[in-house]
Design a protein around this ligand. Structure first.
Ligand SMILES: Cc1ncc(COP(=O)(O)O)c(C=O)c1O
Length: 201
């Protein structure tokens, strides 16, 4: 039987490197954060073409803390997608914000410029867009321009799209900030939970 998420085959492939990394961490005595994490943050930011990467416990915390850092709080309306906005909704409710749901394109399952414009007309303070299935939202550039022109904050949820790009620009660098998850089944999965916020701000 073939399992869709057979993590052990992925782990076995890199077993030596993984075990060496674990040994390095144990020997260093830095079990939380520390130089290995710093190095990952720098490498990941550089890979994406972003200035900063701040690692966190998981992708949902990343969304919540990014929203709070953006000044989103009690009573603020924040847009998210109807089909993959569960994590964004959990995060915004934790920040006291109110979810506004955007519809998605039937083919791509991603939100569109038209839906982002509708959200802005409905007075959202921030928009969270979700890149899905390892691909960039086709209209992400236009969405980013529109949000910037209207003074609406744009947070990209890249939990499913590490390394995806559009016109040589990686997702996670279009908006004001972006969130990543390193949950084991993700495109870039850790041996446990992990997440990050990436930003140029
Ligand atoms: C689109 C999307 N956003 C956010 C998350 C949340 O990430 P985490 O499970 O690390 O909290 C996930 C994955 O679970 C996801 O698929």
């Amino acid at each position: 039987m073939q399992l869709i998420n057979n993590l052990s085959s992925r782990i076995t492939k890199y077993e030596m490197e993984i075990r060496q990394s674990i040994d390095r961490v144990i020997t260093s005595g830095w079990l939380v954060l520390g130089p290995e994490v710093k190095q990952f943050e720098q490498s990941f930011a550089q890979y994406l073409g972003a200035e900063h990467c701040i690692t966190l416990a998981n992708g949902t915390d990343a969304i919540e803390l990014a929203l709070k850092a953006m000044g989103i709080g009690v009573g603020d309306r924040v847009a998210t997608v109807a089909n993959a906005g569960m994590y964004a909704t959990t995060a915004m409710l934790a920040a006291g914000a109110e979810p506004y749901f955007m519809d998605v394109d039937f083919e791509t399952r991603c939100t569109t410029l038209a839906e982002v414009k509708r959200a802005i007309e409905n007075e959202v303070k921030a928009v969270i867009v979700t890149h899905l299935y390892g691909l960039a939202i086709p209209e992400i550039s236009q969405i980013a321009v529109c949000c910037a022109q209207k003074g609406v904050l744009l947070l990209e949820d890249c939990a499913q799209a590490h390394g995806a790009e559009l016109e040589n620009q990686k997702v996670g660098t279009f908006g004001d900030a972006a969130c990543f998850s390193f949950y084991p089944t993700k495109n870039l999965g850790a041996l446990g939970d992990g997440g990050a916020v990436v930003t140029n701000n």
